[in-house]
Design a protein around this ligand. Structure first.
Ligand code: DX5
Ligand code: ZN
Length: 219
């Protein structure tokens, strides 16, 4: 049994105290930093870009899991790799030539993942799965933190788990949106490997303990 990978979403951090919040994650049981990049086109919100990620990278002692919520992410892959991304995930809905974009991410020296919106069935990944280090299933409509978890996600996780196991792969399943102490254990049970948590961690009275608690969820 593998332990759950926890990726706190920096989107929910206090940007005026970013270094403090990065150190909290460094000193916690979290595994990765989840970094949400939004362009105001693919999603109806703009988050932050390269200068902020470079600043995070200077202090982060754990890998950066960069979630690109941008149109045509292929335009910026090399830039994100250069400023310190370790894992780059792109939306299936945002790039026409997904196979080429995944190769571009790997050629840039990063691990490559695909993100699916709620309405995109996991079946679209059947042929591309061997090329994916990770699949990120959105459990909310992307663009904002603090939204309500969509229950349909559990069935999608189970289906994707089955696809991965049937193909004998070790592709990771990551879930993003509304992860907390209620949804987290059920997601792991359904077959997820990585939990992203934004507001549940950073709005907690004790974020370090909250991360430690998320880390206890096991299949
Ligand atoms: C939303 C982002 C998420 C967000 C999750 O589009 O992709 O990573 O930070 O926030 P919570 O955990 O608060 O739902
Ligand atoms: Zn995200």
């Amino acid at each position: 049994m593998n332990t759950t990978i926890i990726a706190p979403s920096v989107l929910a951090a206090d940007f005026a105290n970013l270094q403090r919040d990065i150190e909290m994650v460094n000193n916690s049981q979290a595994d990765w930093f989840h970094i949400d990049v939004m362009d105001g086109q693919f999603v109806p919100n703009i988050s932050f870009g390269m200068p902020v990620i470079e600043a995070i990278k200077k202090h982060a002692k754990k890998p950066l899991d960069v979630h690109l919520m941008i149109e045509k992410p292929e335009r910026y892959i090399e830039t994100f790799a250069k400023i310190g991304a370790d894992i780059i995930t792109v939306h299936h809905e945002a790039t026409v030539h997904l196979h080429r974009t995944l190769k571009q991410i790997k050629d840039a020296g990063c691990k490559a993942g695909v993100v699916l919106n709620l309405s995109t069935p996991v079946s679209v990944l059947e042929d591309i799965l061997p090329d994916c280090y990770m699949v990120l299933l959105m459990s909310i409509n992307p663009g904002f933190g603090g939204q309500k978890f969509e229950e349909m996600t559990y069935a999608k996780v189970k289906k994707l788990r089955k696809m991965i196991d049937e193909q004998g792969l070790d592709t990771l399943i990551e879930i993003d949106g509304g992860v907390n102490n209620v949804t987290g254990p059920k997601l792991i049970e359904a077959g997820a490997d990585v939990l992203v948590a934004g507001s549940y961690v950073f709005n907690a009275e004790n974020p370090t303990e909250t991360i430690a608690h998320l880390k206890t969820f096991k299949r």
